[in-house]
Design a binder for this molecule. Sequence first.
Ligand SMILES: [Fe+2]
Length: 131
Amino acid sequence: MSSFGDYLKGQDKEGKEKHTPTIEIVREGENICPLVRITVGKETPHPNTVEHHIKWIDLFGIKKENEQLIHISTFDLGPTIAFPEVSVHVLLDEMESLIAISYCNIHGAWESQVKVMPACRAASLCGAGRV
Ligand SMILES: [Fe+2]
């Protein structure tokens, strides 16, 4: 029996069309949480038709402290209307790395991961839910 992870593909499985999400962390100022931008098909745009499109993108974080997987955001995209580039401000102080998964209705689920460098974390005053 296989698991969901067996179906996740990475850059090594790419063909002519590109599906692996590109994750970028953008600092816009000292008092604003970093912006995490995820793009599918950054260099080579992925088709965006009803028949063939990126349906959703999920973003997760891995906590430094205990490697807990944290769901950050889900973006559900409407074909032909929504371009597969999404962004969200994220409180990254406790994050070791970020994982993005994109889903193409024909080619399946694709994963990428980036390490969160200390300069990207920096405590911020964005007001995002600290408990
Ligand atoms: Fe595709």
